[in-house]
Design a protein around this ligand. Structure first.
Ligand SMILES: [Zn+2]
Length: 300
């Protein structure tokens, strides 16, 4: 066994990213497989297949970031939107299979931990991370520690009785359906018809297209309303925005978001400096965070 090396796994709806991580959070080696979504049994084999090539190099523990609500007492996944993972403690199953300690955390929380320790969130006492991709994921650092609990920040109401949310969510006007990459896809389709997407929207905004700039500013506006509300609950003075859409559209979203967040937040702006910054670790954040959590199991 190699105590200097663990394996972090980021379980996504389309791919499973596994990485060998050292104690400093550096990715030493990586392996990726497509996510099998036919059944839970296939999914579990897919996760094992992502880990196996890296396990040969030794590992002291396993950490998983999964897109699920997790029962904190049992480590069981209580259901996932995009993958067949329900009522299974994936940490325990994989820990027994590979013979090492294992831990599991929500993927948004894992990514937030990585950005806080090693990326854009370093030094923050209270931080919120929002990942704007297909959906909106999130995680919180509160009082200088990762909040290891329920943090479905994408499903806060931004527009009461607004448009229906995405996937299995029955809510309306949630941040996820208003500020995700999917929301940007819909905004692009509204402007330019079927086939237009978030990438085109950001591309045209970069060229100075007024309609594209306005559409992204509108998304930033709603994002800022949510950020102001998070500040009022958690005093999260630093907001890290990640995800494919979030990072690509940062320069078009952040100015409006910051203005609205300041309007909504109960802060004395002469004393509290609310900042919105771009995530730095890209698509590695989830697996690095899962690896950092694996190291924590060794300390316990
Ligand atoms: Zn929702």
């Amino acid at each position: 066994m190699n105590a200097q090396r663990v394996i972090g796994v980021d379980l996504g709806g389309t791919k499973i990213l596994a990485g060998a991580i050292d104690a400093d959070g550096a990715v030493l080696d990586r392996h990726e497989v497509r996510t099998p979504t036919g059944s839970q049994a296939e999914l579990i084999e897919g996760i094992a297949a992502a880990i196996e090539p890296l396990a040969d190099g030794g590992m002291a523990a396993l950490g998983f970031g999964i897109p699920s609500v997790i029962d904190r007492a049992t480590g069981q996944s209580l259901g996932s939107v995009n993958i067949p993972l329900e009522d299974v403690a994936i940490g325990r199953v994989m820990g027994e299979r590979f013979g090492v300690p294992a831990t599991v955390e929500n993927d948004g929380n894992a990514a937030a931990l990585a950005e806080w320790r090693l990326g854009a969130g370093q030094g923050a006492e209270n931080m919120v991370m929002l990942t704007l991709g297909t959906g909106v994921g999130g995680g919180l650092v509160l009082g200088g520690a990762l909040y290891r609990g329920w943090a479905e920040l994408g499903h806060v109401v931004v527009v009461a009785d607004g448009p229906p949310c995405q996937g299995n969510c029955t809510g309306r006007g949630h941040l996820e359906c208003l500020a995700s990459g999917s929301a940007a896809d819909r905004a692009a389709e509204k402007l330019w018809g079927e086939g237009a997407n978030a990438e085109l929207l950001v591309g045209r905004a970069s060229e100075g297209d007024a309609q594209a700039l306005e559409a992204l500013s509108d998304i930033g506006h709603l994002l800022g309303a949510a950020i102001g509300s998070f500040f009022n609950i958690f005093a999260t003075e630093l907001v890290v925005i990640g995800g494919g859409f979030g990072t690509a559209a940062a320069e078009f979203l952040f100015p409006e978001a910051l203005e609205v967040a300041h309007r909504e937040a109960l802060l004395d702006s002469s004393r509290v400096h609310l900042r919105i910054v771009k995530a730095e670790l890209g698509s590695d954040a989830g697996l690095i965070g899962a690896g950092l959590l694996a190291f924590e199991t060794l300390e316990q």
